[in-house]
Design a binder for this molecule. Structure first.
Ligand code: ZN
Length: 332
């Protein structure tokens, strides 16, 4: 099979063609295989040359198109030979093809809340089946490879952000690995970092806790429909991904201008009476005044403490889910 399929990967996926089990080789010898709908494995001709196992995922939320278009461009560069001889095994995952086709964040449930086995509690959900499948592919990918394990899960945010680009780093027990990824953040001008000490049900957190991967959830900017991402400077991201394909993690350099935040608490919607007292256009990471009544849920009130900022406010989530996160600067 020629590389033609890889050149028209995204249109084929959006047209509902799955191409499962098709395989081929690129002119430089790189072997590729479609493992499942939206799941593509690329391996260097000389597997012993692979220095890194790089899982790149996008479209975990179907309407976050910029990362989808970016990974499609990376794939075209590989397929056309513009980028050759990768020194990395790569698993490219287009997370939620059904939601991508619908232009929606998800179809039944938020996929990025279902990893780490949580999918078992959502029997009839299309996203639950997808989460179980993606867990299996991630496991096979990391366990069959050698070298450093790295997972970048690429997103765009529903809202604008006080700091336009930010990263979320799931912690790995007591062994902090974020210092090894600061150069990566600098290379793409991500100046805001949220450290997440507790395991959660996100894809990146799963890859950290299950496979000891280094992982980041990366928010590139604000979510827009396909073809409307010209305002996001994706070239520097592509340059970074090309570097990672060569097996190199960029080193950090001074000055290290990265703001670090930590989660203080989550705001959970526990009933239909839930009200979030926040305008729809309040940006992520906006600092809130101490004493402000942020949310009411029946008799329960959430009052802002000094130094807290709001992240991912979304009052429309289902009952039982997170309607927002409060974070605080830890390096101020
Ligand atoms: Zn997202």
């Amino acid at each position: 099979m020629s590389a033609t399929l890889l050149l028209r990967w995204l249109p084929a996926l959006l047209a509902g063609e799955d191409h499962i089990a098709e395989t081929g080789a690129l002119p430089d010898g790189t072997r590729w295989a479609v493992l499942d709908e939206g799941v593509l494995l690329l391996e260097p001709a000389d597997e012993s040359a692979a220095q890194i196992c790089l899982l790149l995922s996008c479209g975990i939320h179907g309407n976050e198109t910029a990362p989808i278009e970016m990974l499609d461009r990376l794939l075209q560069q590989l397929a056309s030979g513009a980028v050759a001889n990768p020194a990395a095994r790569v698993l490219l995952i287009f997370g939620n093809p059904g939601a991508m086709r619908a232009g929606e964040r998800y179809l039944d449930d938020d996929l990025n809340r279902l990893f780490g086995g949580k999918h078992r509690f959502y029997q009839d959900s299309r996203e639950a089946r997808r989460a179980a499948l993606l867990e299996q592919y991630a496991q096979r990918f990391f366990e069959m490879g050698q070298g450093q394990r790295l997972h970048l899960d690429l997103h765009t945010a529903i809202r604008a952000s006080y700091y336009p680009k930010f990263a979320i780093c799931p912690a790995q027990g007591n062994t902090p690995y974020i210092d090894s990824l600061l150069g990566l953040l600098q290379a793409v001008d991500v100046g805001t970092l949220l450290l997440q000490p507790q395991p959660s049900n996100t894809f990146s957190s799963y890859c950290v806790s299950q496979f000891g991967a280094r992982a980041l959830t990366l928010e590139l900017g604000q979510a827009r429909p396909f073809g409307n991402n010209q305002s996001l400077p994706l070239d520097e991201w592509l340059a970074l991904l090309q570097r990672l394909l060569q097996g190199q993690l960029p080193p950090a350099s001074a000055p290290l201008d990265i703001h670090r935040f930590a989660v203080t608490r989550e705001v959970i919607r526990t009933s239909e009476q839930f009200v979030l007292h926040l305008a729809d256009d309040v940006a992520n990471f906006t600092p809130l005044p101490a004493g402000y009544l942020l949310a009411e849920d029946g008799a329960q009130q959430t009052i802002v403490a000094a130094g807290e900022h709001i992240l991912f406010p979304n009052p429309a989530v289902k009952v039982g889910l997170r309607a927002g996160v409060l974070v605080t600067r830890i390096d101020a």
